[in-house]
Ligand binder design. Structure first.
Ligand code: FAD
Length: 387
């Protein structure tokens, strides 16, 4: 007889949701994580009363009422609304592109003026490109790279100041060498709405994400600094089934090869000033500034500590987009054909396992927003726990 019904490998959102549901269904559960903390990539640590998002800024947003109700059982969410600012060589613009952006860019005041300006720039650009290609203006324009795609959607000024530099830093390549499909659509709002997400529900858990995950794991045994892969035999004996939320390729000792990721490097500093940039996120959209964004963590909670007092210091993180090397923290899966095919080979092996189940962003090699990973884990729990 095994000691536990389930061993959950990984105390991130997928693992914590499953563990919570398994416990609620009366199953015995043990959660382990190789990190010294719970919460996986949504981990927030307390620095001078500020909840620092150690693995990148996390803003909860969803249209899924079930998931929203679910997370609200474990945390009170504040009214934070993501409204990033773009800094282009010291010129500040509102994001996503909206009437504030257009007014600052061109001095236009009405939506009609803004739309006409965008239309005029798109038209001139497309006409010139078609002429260079020896095509008449009424032949549909086919963008050949990201630059052509972006300008044909939004015009030259917005592209040059707000898209080009940022995208090139993110991908480490010129926009003319990036495929057009990366930008299928660009949000253009002819309103004064600078709420980044089109979501019904949005906010940050008061007290940080770690506290929220702590509540999800209440009453469940958790062991930290334990790497499943270092002693599988021991862990496999301890439980009847294993829910593995780590990297699927690592589970199979990279036997078919390594799945690739895009990485981000964070440079975090505690500053002895109450206000560094006046906003949670400022994107640096010029090519010369080496970082892509600066996050000032205290503004996710309006600059206050948990008792509502103003915080005298601040913590900022500069984000640098970087190439990922095996051994680095995996962030964004590279969902190109090569990696997708490799993932399928691992998936075939995973489907043959009878005691190990895979889930989460690393177990399924896909980008999941927080709400989606919780929804996926809830669905997974219903299926697995009913068996
Ligand atoms: P993880 O949180 O990665 O948890 C997996 C856990 O497994 C980790 O704790 C790891 O240590 C552990 N583990 C792995 N291998 C082993 C092993 N061998 N033994 C023991 N433990 C192991 N989503 C949003 O909705 N809004 C946002 O603003 C947002 N911002 C993001 C910013 C960045 C930079 C990134 C990369 C993602 C962002 N996300 C955001 C997505 C969010 O981070 C994920 O949805 C979520 O973290 C996925 O949870 P998970 O449990 O699948 O994975």
């Amino acid at each position: 007889m095994s000691e536990y019904a389930y061993l959950v490998v990984g105390a991130g959102l997928f693992g914590a949701t499953f563990a919570h549901e398994a416990k609620a269904a009366g199953k015995s559960v043990l959660v382990i994580d190789k990190r010294p903390n719970i919460a996986g990539n949504v981990y927030t640590e307390d620095v001078e009363g500020i909840h620092v998002h150690r693995y990148g800024a996390h803003i909860f947003h969803t249209n899924d009422k079930e998931v929203w109700d679910y997370v609200n059982r474990f945390a009170v969410f504040n009214r934070f609304t993501n409204s990033p600012v773009a800094n282009y060589h010291g010129e500040l613009y509102s994001l996503p592109f909206n009437m504030y952006t257009f007014n600052k860019m061109w001095g236009v005041v009405t939506p009609q003026e803004a739309a006409a300006k965008i239309e005029e720039q798109k038209k001139d650009y497309i006409a010139k490109k078609q002429q260079d290609r020896g095509l008449s203006a009424d032949v549909p324009f086919e963008p050949k790279n990201l630059e052509e795609q972006a300008i044909s959607l939004i015009g030259t000024d917005i592209y040059e100041k707000l898209i080009k530099g940022y995208t090139e830093k993110q991908w480490g390549r010129p926009c003319t060498e990036l495929p057009a499909f990366i930008i299928r659509r660009l949000p253009v709002r002819l309103t004064f709405d600078n709420n980044y997400f089109n979501a019904l529900y949005q906010g940050i858990p008061v007290g940080g994400y770690t506290r929220m995950v702590e509540r999800m794991l209440e009453g469940i045994e958790v062991r930290l600094n334990e790497d499943y892969l270092k002693d599988r035999e021991h862990w496999n004996q301890i439980a009847e089934k294993v829910v593995f939320t780590g990297p699927i390729d690592a589970f199979y000792d990279y036997s078919h090869g390594t799945l690739e990721y895009r990485s981000v490097r964070f440079e975090t500093e505690l500053l002895d000033t109450p206000n560094f940039q006046g906003n949670a996120a400022v994107n640096y959209t010029d090519r010369e500034t080496p970082w892509t964004r600066i996050i000032e963590h205290k503004w996710f909670e309006f600059g206050k500590d948990s008792d509502g007092n103003d915080l005298p210091k601040t913590v900022i993180s500069r984000e640098y987009s970087s190439e990922w090397k095996p051994g680095d923290e995996p962030y964004y899966p590279v969902n190109d054909e090569k990696n997708e095919n490799l993932y399928k080979r691992y998936r075939t092996l995973a489907d043959r396992e009878d005691r190990v189940l895979f889930g989460g962003r690393l177990g399924e090699y896909r980008y999941y927003d927080m709400d989606k990973v919780i929804a996926s884990s809830l669905q997974f729990s219903r299926k697995v726990l009913a068996e």
